[in-house]
Ligand binder design. Sequence first.
Ligand code: BG6
Length: 618
Amino acid sequence: MCGIVGFTGKKQAAPILLDGLSKLEYRGYDSAGIAVRNGDKQVEVVKAKGRLRVLAEKTNDGQSMIGSCGIGHTRWATHGEPSEENAHPHCSDDGNVTAVHNGIIENYQDLKDKLVKKGYQFYSSTDTEVAVKLIDYYYKKYEHTPVDALNHAMVRIRGSYALAVMFKEYPEEIFVARKDSPMIIGVQDGESYLASDVPAILKYARNVYYIGNMEIGHLKKGEVKFFNLDGDEIQKELVEIKWDAEAAEKAGFEHFMMKEIHEQPKAVLDTLHSVLKVDEKDNSKKLDLSQVGLSDKDIKGISQIHIIACGSAYHVGVVAQYVIEDLAKIPVRVELASEFRYRNPILDRDGLVIIVSQSGETADSLAALREAKAKGVRTLAIVNVVGSSIAREADNVFYTLAGPEIAVATTKAYSTQLIAAYCLAIQFAKVRGEIRSNQYTDLLTELESLPDKIQRLIDDKERIQWFAAKQVNAKDIFFIGRGIDYAISLEGSLKMKEISYIHSEAYAAGELKHGTISLIEDGTLVIGVLTQSDLYEKTVSNMVECKSRGAYLCALTSYGNYNIEDTADFTTYIPKTDVHFAASLAVVPLQLMGYYVSVSRGLDVDKPRNLAKSVTVE
Ligand code: BG6
């Protein structure tokens, strides 16, 4: 997830591009760049690593770049570390094509190999440079018409993109192409604007076009034409935007947390698609961990696994322990990083240490990584930030594609980390011969169904909102479950604590009667998580034990388990799925519950007290 902008008009472009990018930094902020053209002079490109202010300083807030046509980009690295070289805009060697891109080119390696055979060279490790040179290739192959070059490239590119492209032979004009990644185009007072999102151009234009999927746009000053993939011109409706800037940044949601909850289906799909490949030979699906850097030989040699993390990332580790042990039969130990780093742990040299971290900068997790490396054990990081310290220092990295996460309480990053853990578990099981091919295919097919099932849970949020509103005065809340349900309870309880400030605890349901049940009294809210069919009855009886002490019971279980309504006071259901993947669905109602209780208590959902998005100090 990056932010792109573009402008062609009467005013100087650079200040407008920088201003627009400053409104899109929530989409990515590890590097930035702009390209500006003064009439038919050579395009000028300036890029900088780091926050946008570095680029602003480098261009004297845009004053040093002359020209009334330009494109700009603020980056969230997915392919290639944050660096000036990998920053956008990217250009073809002869400067014929200059472009910025938001999205992921899934087949960029294949395309790159083909272009190298055509004599193209590459200076960056980005997928975008491949798209630029592919467009240049077709531009030169098909009579120099930008629309033709774009639609030929679009047919061959697999993945998602919003591209803004300047062609040397078309000064003062910008061409755009879109598939899945957002883009809007504004026209106002003889000037034309483009951006990934409304906040970037709201100050300049309130009348916008929404370019559709697999469509191309041609921007001239104050005029825009649209084309379909066949190059035929198409008409688009001009829409007036009514939002204010702040609402626009949250895409109309009241809080970043709710926006990020809604982004989970796409984040999960993107992360899965980063390693799920279709075998051209027999069209079967398979996981390809080559990008992660783990060979089958490496996987066969793993003797044990340690998963180490903090906060919600640690809770992903607890889920992963159950899934990896059950599918791949490898012993797994989950550790809190702040404990692991001082415990002088005994690690087997043939073991694997997995560090899970959204930010990749959490001090305790980084120290744990260094501890494991010092003991000569291979380290694999599951990380959301490309180029972060943990990503740079780990031997192998599985990048999650959640995009920037602004709200302190993680949601979409947690969900993508689960997907990464499932993919590792399934591939380890397959390579080590613990599961048969049909099981492998069934598990992958079930993984692919998760984004839609998550979307259904999000669409059904009002029911959770109704229930949550009744819990605003709760003093204590207990989440209980067994196996993976215990791991889910840990995350549900943390979400509630983090943002509603209500005392909440998660408990292994079978452990309750060994002490904590003494805290249950009339009206104490107990939330039972029951997604594991083989543990269902056991957990029901633990809930009944609580009820007999006066607890108010809420049950979270799979559709079909309707007999729970005889026990629970309120029940919410999740779509059926493979029990190994239940956490990906069950966490959604629990995220929503924490969110709505926090909102009902009038609290700062996105920036809860005493917490930080990433704790980079010990
Ligand atoms: C906390 C965040 O500071 O750190 C949590 O508030 C997060 O949401 C935890 O789970 C670990 O952070 P990270 O970046 O290492 O996953």
